[in-house]
Design a protein around this ligand. Structure first.
Ligand code: NAD
Length: 439
């Protein structure tokens, strides 16, 4: 089967590479010629564990191109994996998906199945099919299928090769058979439904996870007030298999390219139909407040951060990715700078992208030690393994005043008690094992 994939971001490239790993020949199309040149020379334009190795391994089955006409012309199946970013009003911006649909219509010369992998509002697959049919140049039959993606950044390859489920939404049963055939060796349950239900499964899944995170963050905030410990609470809850132990990590809120925009898009869609999704609205509101939690905590120690040396550990929205979209660092660092702090930042893979946004006013460091040297306070925004493995006793040795505001609960409280630090995390007792004279 000849397969083309439109878009080589986190979803498109991982899809293309994993399909090649399962023996398919895949043409990966992107409008970004820089990315295409990198991929053609065996370099992944995004950081994702195991992706580059798998891409290089399957290079003879992969083709990277900006020439969409060539790639789509005689394809049996075309996956659409382009972005659907948030518009100012919270709705999903579908211009990239629709533009690919028109390009497909103008290029294809034989019957094919177009598979929408991008996360799109309910009803979009119908529009894609209409758009293709009204713009067709050749007399061919096109079936549009919804096949939402559930991978997580940081574990994208693993999530795709060992998917929990594959959801296929079709109106044409033949298109369903084509997708079943493509995925036959993936070993995952394949759920076939209609297109709107498939589109809804994606939003409902993401929004439920966002809700779970906001729920545990609200409980964490209450734990802090009443003296309970959120780590123990989540541990105790997680044993209940009706609840499960995943997505119960409290912190400074979810970020990334999916949860923020997918909660807002579904909320927007419901509002458009005069229906309010109250729980989703609450998840969005809680998350927005949660992102400011460490700044609020810092006010306990300093009236202002003006002139203080502030160390920042972690810039990306989560470990295992260089993606900064909706990362808490992007909300907090501008506040630190506006306050007049001298900001030093470290991240193992996110600096290059952050530097594009903030080329000046931040000192970027290549080690945690350099970042902490002479700092008055440290903000932890991402739970990188390097941070978790960095001994707490080193903070006292390196910092001018070892005040650690940990937005990801990287350390257990017993180690904070034995180190000479002030350790303020989320949903837990603040450990003050050192008297600090604040500047
Ligand atoms: P991304 O921004 O990383 O990549 C999108 C790519 O599409 C870019 O490389 C861009 O240049 C390319 N593109 C734009 N227009 C194009 C065109 N006409 N032809 C070919 N390429 C074009 O996006 P992403 O994070 O991979 O997300 C893609 C979709 O998948 C979104 O709808 C997203 O919500 C969804 N999704 C993302 C994730 C994730 O973790 N990132 C997980 C599940 C679903």
């Amino acid at each position: 089967m000849k397969i083309a994939v439109a878009g080589t971001g986190y979803v498109g490239l991982v899809t293309g590479v994993c399909l090649a790993e399962h023996g398919h020949s895949v043409s990966c199309v992107d409008i970004d010629s820089r990315k295409v040149a990198l991929m053609s020379s065996g370099i992944s334009p995004i950081y994702e564990p195991d992706l580059e190795e798998l891409m290089v391994k399957n290079m003879e089955k992969l083709n990277f191109t900006t020439n969409f006409k060539e790639a789509y012309r005689d394809a049996d199946v075309i996956f659409i994996g382009v972005g659907t970013p948030e518009k100012h009003d919270g709705s999903a911006n579908l211009k990239y998906v629709f533009s690919v649909a028109v390009q497909i219509a103008q290029s294809i010369e034989k019957d094919c199945v177009v598979v929408v992998k991008s996360t799109v509002p309910i009803g979009t697959n119908d529009k894609v099919e209409d758009l293709i049919n009204t713009n067709l140049v050749h007399n061919v039959k096109v079936s549009v299928a919804s096949n939402p993606e559930f991978l997580s950044q940081g574990t994208a390859v693993k999530d795709t090769l060992h998917a929990s489920r594959i959801v296929v939404g079709v109106e044409d049963p033949d298109a369903g058979e084509v997708l079943k055939d493509i995925y036959k060796d993936f070993g995952a349950p394949i759920i076939v439904t209609n297109r709107k239900s498939a589109e809804m499964i994606k939003y409902a899944s993401n929004d439920f996870l966002a809700l779970k995170i906001s729920f545990i963050n609200e409980i964490a905030n209450l734990c802090e007030i009443i003296g309970a410990d959120i780590e123990d609470v989540a541990h105790g809850m997680g044993y209940d298999n009706r609840i499960g132990n995943r997505f119960l990590n409290s912190g400074i809120g979810y970020g990334g390219s999916c949860f923020p925009k997918d909660t807002k898009a579904l909320h927007w869609l419901a509002n458009f139909h005069d229906h309010e999704l109250k729980t989703i609205k609450a998840a969005i509101d809680v998350n927005e407040n949660q992102k400011l939690k460490l700044i609020k905590k810092s006010r306990k120690y300093f009236d202002s951060l003006k002139g203080l040396n502030v160390a920042v550990l972690g810039l990306t929205f989560k470990p295992g990715t260089d993606d900064l979209r909706e990362a808490p660092s992007l909300v907090n660092i501008p506040i630190l700078l506006e306050d007049g702090a001298n900001v030093k930042a470290w991240d193992p893979v996110g600096i290059e992208n952050f530097q594009k946004l903030y080329p000046e006013n931040i000192t970027y460091c290549t080690s945690i030690e350099d970042t902490l040297k002479n700092a008055d306070v440290c903000f932890i925004f991402t739970e990188w393994e390097e941070v978790k493995n960095f001994n707490l006793s080193n903070y006292e040795k390196l910092m001018r005043s070892p005040i650690i505001l940990d937005g990801r609960n990287c350390y257990d409280l017993s180690s904070a008690k034995s180190a000479k630090v002030i350790y303020d995390s989320i949903g837990r007792e603040t450990i003050i094992s050192l008297e600090v004279s604040l500047v």
